[in-house]
Ligand binder design. Structure first.
Ligand code: TRP
Length: 337
C-alpha cells in the first residue's frame, strides 16, 4: 500500500518560479510513489480574503491549470476543492475542543501572519477573526481527513504541522489511537530569491516571475533585475554572487553555460545587458513547454472542471470513511442514518 501524501495551496494567485523550484518539481516526483491528495484550500484562502470570494473562485482554476501545466498528472494526483469536503469542516469543529486559544495565539506562523496583515487584523492583531486564528485547526482537519502521513510544506509551515501533531496526540490519548501523526517533507531547494534580491520571491513583494508571464513581461522583469551595483561600465569585472541574473542562470541553465557566465562576469568580459538578454531567452525556452501545456487546458476548461470534480469526488469518499472512524472512536456515531 502506498503512503498518503497531502499538501494544500491557497488559491490566491498564480504560481511563480519560486513555487516551481521550491515545491512543484518535487510534486512531480511524489505522484509516482504515493497516494497523492492536492487540496485547493479555498476555505483557508477565505480566512484572509473573506471580502473577496471572487478572487478565490477565479484562482481555483488558475492554480489548477498552473499545476497541470508543470506536469502533474490528474490520473495520479487527486486534485480537490476544500470547501466541497464538508467532512473537513466537521472535523475542524471536533478538533477545536482539543486546542486552546492561547496555544493558537502563540503559534509562530499565525503570529507572523497577523503582523503581516495589519490592515485586516489591526496593528496588534486585536481584530483577528476566529476563523483566521483557527486555520491551523482546519489544516489539521485537512491532513487527518485523508490519513495524511507525509506533508510537503515550506519551512514557514512547520509550526502549523507541529500544531497538527499536538491535536493528533491529544485526540489519540483521549479517545483511541485512530489518527496518524503526519511528518513534514521540507522542500530541498531553498527559497528562490526575488528579482530584487530579496531572499523570498513572492506575490506581495512584487518580485516574481510567473509561469504564465508573457515574453514581453519576462523581458521587462529580467531587464530590471538587480545586478552587482559596483559594476558601472560594460567591461568592469563584477561579482556574480551578488547578481540576480547569474542566480537565475544557475537556477534554470546548464552547468557549462553557467560556468561561462560566471567566468566572463568576473573577468569583465560580459556586459549586464547582454547577460540579461541571454537569460531572457533561457527563461522563455524554459517556460515554453509549461505555457504550451497550459494553453491546452485554457482551451479546454471542461477538462479542468472534470479533473477537479473527479478528484473531489474521490477525496470525499476517503474523508467520509475517515470521519466515520473518528466519530466511532469518540462514541458519537449515534443516530447515523
Ligand atoms: N497553509 C498552507 C500554505 O499556506 C496551505 C495548506 C492548506 C496546506 N491546507 C494544507 C498545506 C494542508 C499542507 C497541508 O502554504
Amino acid at each position: 500500500m502506498k503512503k498518503v501524501i497531502l499538501t494544500g495551496l491557497r488559491p490566491t494567485g498564480n504560481l511563480h518560479i519560486g513555487h516551481y523550484f521550491g515545491a512543484g518539481i518535487n510534486y512531480i516526483k511524489y505522484q509516482d510513489n504515493y497516494e497523492f491528495y492536492l487540496e485547493i484550500a479555498d476555505i483557508q484562502a477565505l480566512t484572509d480574503n473573506f471580502d473577496n470570494p471572487e478572487k478565490v473562485k477565479k484562482n481555483i482554476t488558475e492554480i489548477t491549470m498552473d499545476l497541470l501545466s508543470i506536469g502533474l498528472d490528474p490520473s495520479k494526483v487527486n486534485f480537490f476543492i476544500q470547501s466541497k469536503i464538508s467532512e473537513i469542516a466537521e472535523l475542524t469543529v471536533i478538533y477545536s475542543n482539543l486546542v486552546t486559544v492561547s496555544r493558537l495565539q502563540r503559534n509562530p506562523t499565525v503570529k507572523t501572519e497577523i503582523m503581516q496583515k495589519k490592515e485586516i487584523f489591526g496593528n496588534n492583531g486585536e481584530s483577528i477573526t476566529y476563523g483566521f486564528l483557527g486555520y491551523p485547526v482546519s489544516q489539521a482537519a485537512d491532513i487527518t481527513a485523508f490519513d495524511g502521513e507525509l506533508v510537503p510544506v515550506g519551512d514557514d509551515q512547520l509550526p502549523i504541522l507541529e500544531q497538527c501533531r499536538e491535536i493528533v496526540r491529544k485526540f489519540n490519548s483521549i479517545y483511541s489511537e485512530v489518527l496518524k501523526e503526519p511528518e513534514q517533507i521540507l522542500s530541498n531547494t531553498t527559497r528562490v530569491k526575488g528579482l530584487d534580491g530579496n531572499i523570498k520571491m513572492g506575490k506581495s513583494l512584487n518580485n516574481a516571475i510567473y509561469l504564465i508571464d508573457s515574453d514581453e513581461v519576462i523581458y521587462k522583469k529580467i531587464m530590471s533585475a538587480v545586478t552587482d551595483k559596483s559594476k558601472i561600465k560594460k567591461d568592469d569585472p563584477a561579482d556574480p554572487n551578488v547578481c540576480m541574473v547569474y542566480y537565475y542562470h544557475k537556477l534554470i541553465g546548464n552547468k557549462d553555460n553557467t560556468d561561462i557566465v560566471c567566468m566572463e562576469c568576473k573577468k569583465g568580459l560580459r556586459g549586464c545587458v547582454d547577460c540579461k538578454k541571454q537569460l531572457i531567452q533561457e527563461m522563455i525556452s524554459f517556460l515554453k513547454p509549461i505555457r504550451q501545456k497550459r494553453k491546452y487546458y485554457e482551451q479546454h476548461p471542461e477538462i479542468v472542471e472534470n479533473i477537479l470534480k473527479e478528484g473531489t469526488f474521490k477525496a470525499k469518499a476517503k474523508a467520509k470513511e475517515q470521519l466515520q472512524k473518528i466519530k466511532k472512536a469518540m462514541k458519537i456515531d449515534y443516530y447515523d442514518f
